[in-house]
Design a protein around this ligand. Sequence first.
Ligand code: PAF
Length: 285
Amino acid sequence: MQTAHSLDVLRTNVSKLRSGGARIGLVPTMGALHEGHLTLVRRALEECDAVVASIFVNPTQFGPNEDLDAYPRQLAQDAAMLESEGCALLWAPEASEMYPDGFVTNIAVTGVSEGLCGADRPGHFDGVATVVNKLFNQVLPDMAFFGEKDFQQLAVIRSMARDLNLSLPHVHSIIGVPTVREADGLAMSSRNRYLSKANRQAAAILPRAMKSAIAAIEAGSDVASCLTQLEGALIEAGFDSVDYAVLADATSLKALERLGGKPARLLVAARIGGTRLIDNMAVSS
Ligand code: PAF
């Protein structure tokens, strides 16, 4: 696996990979890789001839109260994991390469970015959309792979790609890959490492309570009552607070009061011991 730290080296290596018409898959990450990220690489390898992974801890998606400096950085370890999965190229730019002096552009995807995590993290999705657009333009992948774990992020990126006509010949599909879970059902996340043993155990209630709420909603129970019950179950199990528990349209992410025959999603963000966990699951209507 080659590693590129500059745009010139990236482009030379991508051209080599593409020679002969090979299809390139991009897996954008911020590093601190776990099984969830590696699943994205494996899926990309199934669909494409060569995989480029990026590792860039993007400063513009961190708010002033979010600790960018404390975000885990382990480039050598991450590179070894990517290499052993069969990744062809690692794109690991410096911040000065991504945001040189005089950088003034911002992509704001309104609507879908505004509620849920966007309500709590102003500017976060602008930072995500801007950096992902840059990564797309830098690598010019045929396909890009994102985890459904960050469902709102995926919806924002899909909206951006649609609105800015990011399409053939490059980035012609954005693939959402199902969330990878621990044995007890907790969604894998770089944040799980911050949980104490007791909180880690208690956190397993989150997917279980979500599944119960979904079963009740699908069976026709009142949505608002199911969500209130879900929040209560989390607090009772040891969560400190619930930022949101929402049934939403799976594309627009607009809140739904009842199922309406269109794909729906249950999305939850809740805090335990200072760590904010998010999860989401499909709801059949
Ligand atoms: O999901 C992430 O790791 C990041 O938000 C992404 C998509 C790599 C953009 O920085």
